[in-house]
Design a protein around this ligand. Structure first.
Ligand SMILES: Cc1ncc(COP(=O)(O)O)c(C=O)c1O
Length: 467
């Protein structure tokens, strides 16, 4: 597969021309990558506006992922999520003021009796709530029935049916995060069947799942009927931080494509990183080469490790194939304790909390990495000295009442106060621990005592509340 962005930059660099253009390093080496760090000069195309090398590379990605259109961003899935929600609003014309001029409510919503809203599983990333604040959207959250963590809310088809029946009115979209931070996956085919039947777009935060299209059994949201989704290429592919895709399903191209492009422009920087764009370009060649075979080999390694660790008494949560989710609480250990133990073996995990440790694997993990993990697995305190299991606090207890809309709260006059004094106040701008960046309190909700306890667990000391 060709790599037009990489080729252009290499050629430009070889010419050693004088750079009277941005960036200010002028291609001179400070760290090493500067000669390849260019800007939108003639021939370099313009992200989301041109028909040059970036567009050509995006077309390559769309072919590889089997989508109607794939858009690049150098600003992560956070950017794509805002753009997806904005595209939904534009397509439905929710802010079309013509209706108001004629003395009616917003066009398209006048007969529906409520403001534009989304039906979403509660474990949303903060960027989704930020998007709702910017776009003034309401959200009805669905709580996972068997969820043991705020990070994980797998909603069932029955739950979705029940919620749609209960509300009667159609949401702008159904929104799920799958895979989530604990590697749990929604039943996208079942959810998308319901959404298709009801004529509601299914939008998926697939930030953790770019690789899913390359498994033997393809299970990327675009393969399973989602209308739009985002992937953080940088999470599971060999791409630089910030590299991400917004995919639009071919069936929904007519509806969303023009809007998705406009929405990417609306929220994106006018200075995309060409280093990150080159890494997205490189991913195409990487994926088209022997990635599927290497991915298969990696999955065998992961399975083998999980099997050995399980046989030795370890507890691993079933999850998407490239994550190893250690259920440390089940053996009486805090995830943070085990995270510290892993560090003694020079292993840094992706995420640790009171109950879980998450390791993210890719084919780029080497034999040395696996040797360390095996070594840790043989020696961990968890297996040598088991303790009584730590009960998990069910996230349901974090339900609260909404006092004002997400937008009203996010843009209200506010103050930062110590968490210990926050109970009873209204959450203004959400405070999250990153990772997992799933808000404990959503803007506009009353902060409860249970939320205060959760903030403390995540080491959050101050929160922003409405004045
Ligand atoms: C589930 C989920 N969605 C979205 C994001 C945002 O992705 P990005 O960091 O690429 O902006 C993250 C980041 O960790 C995430 O975990």
């Amino acid at each position: 597969m060709n790599t037009p962005i990489i080729d252009f930059v290499r050629e430009y660099r070889k010419r050693e021309g004088t750079r009277f253009h941005m960036p200010g390093h002028k291609g001179h080496v400070f760290f090493g990558w500067e000669p390849f760090d260019i800007t939108e000069i003639p021939g370099a195309d313009v992200l989301h506006q041109g028909r040059g090398i970036i567009w050509e590379s995006e077309e390559n990605a769309a072919v590889l992922f089997g989508t109607g259109q794939t858009f690049y961003t150098t600003e992560g899935s956070s950017h794509c999520i805002k753009a997806m929600l904005a595209a939904l609003c534009m397509e439905r014309g929710v802010w079309d003021r013509k209706g108001e001029d004629e003395g009616r409510e917003r066009k398209g919503w006048e007969n529906e009796g409520r403001r534009p809203w989304l039906l979403a599983a509660r474990n949303v990333h903060r960027s989704m709530v930020d998007a709702c604040a910017l776009l003034d959207l309401d959200v009805e959250f669905l709580w996972g029935e068997s969820s043991e963590s705020l990070c994980s809310h797998v909603i069932s088809a029955e739950q979705l049916e029940e919620a749609l029946d209960r509300h009667g009115e159609r949401p702008l979209a159904v929104y799920v995060t799958s895979p989530d931070y604990l590697g749990q996956m929604a039943d996208i085919p079942a959810l998308s069947r319901i959404c298709h039947r009801e004529g509601i777009p299914l939008v998926v935060d697939n930030a953790h799942g770019a690789y899913l299209h390359f498994l033997e059994e393809r299970c990327h949201p675009m393969d399973l009927g989602a209308a739009m989704c985002c992937d953080s290429a940088h999470k599971t592919l060999p791409a630089l931080t910030g590299a991400a895709y917004l995919h639009v399903h071919p069936e929904h191209g007519q509806r969303f494509l023009p809007y998705a492009r406009q929405a990417m422009l609306l929220f994106g920087s006018t200075s995309p990183s060409y280093l990150t764009l080159q890494s997205l370009d490189y991913c195409n060649a990487y994926l088209a080469a022997d990635y599927e075979k290497r991915l298969e080999e990696t999955l065998e390694r992961v399975e083998e490790w999980k099997r050995m660790f399980g046989e030795a008494g370890g507890r691993v949560l079933p999850s998407e194939p490239l994550k190893i989710v250690l259920d440390t609480a089940g053996l009486g250990y805090q995830g943070d304790e085990i995270g510290a133990e892993l560090r003694e073996y020079d292993i840094e995990c992706e995420y640790e909390d009171q109950a879980f440790v998450v390791l993210m694997v890719t084919p780029e993990n080497t034999g040395r990495d696996w040797a360390r993990l095996h070594e840790w697995g043989k020696n961990t305190q968890m297996l040598r000295q088991s303790r009584e299991g730590i009960p998990r606090a069910m996230p349901e207890r974090l339900r609260s009442k909404r006092v004002m809309s997400i937008r009203q709260a996010a843009f209200a006059k506010s103050e930062m106060i110590p968490v210990s004094r926050a109970a009873g106040r209204v959450c203004a701008v959400q405070t999250v621990s990153c990772p997992p960046a799933v808000p404990i309190a959503i803007c506009g909700e009353e902060i409860t005592q249970a939320m205060v306890g959760e903030f403390k667990k995540f080491g959050i000391k101050e929160v922003s509340v409405v004045l």
